[in-house]
Design a protein around this ligand. Structure first.
Ligand SMILES: [Zn+2]
Length: 63
């Protein structure tokens, strides 16, 4: 079986991972999910995660 078959690109670390969660339209691998849970708002990484998550929460633009 091709291991790439079930893998998706993580929206945070951009690696191809097979296990993780879907948050809105974004796939977050289990590694990043764990990292995010353990990141404090005062840490620089937190801003990075927020920035990534903000991208997917943009409402669609109607023209
Ligand atoms: Zn990841």
């Amino acid at each position: 079986m091709d291991p790439m078959e079930n893998s998706k690109q993580c929206g945070i670390c951009e690696d191809e991972k097979s296990s993780g969660i879907h948050l809105f339209r974004l796939f977050i691998c289990s590694d990043c999910e764990t990292n995010m849970i353990h990141t404090e708002p005062r840490e620089e990484k937190y801003q990075y995660y927020l920035h990534k998550l903000k991208d997917i929460q943009q409402p669609p633009i109607y023209s």
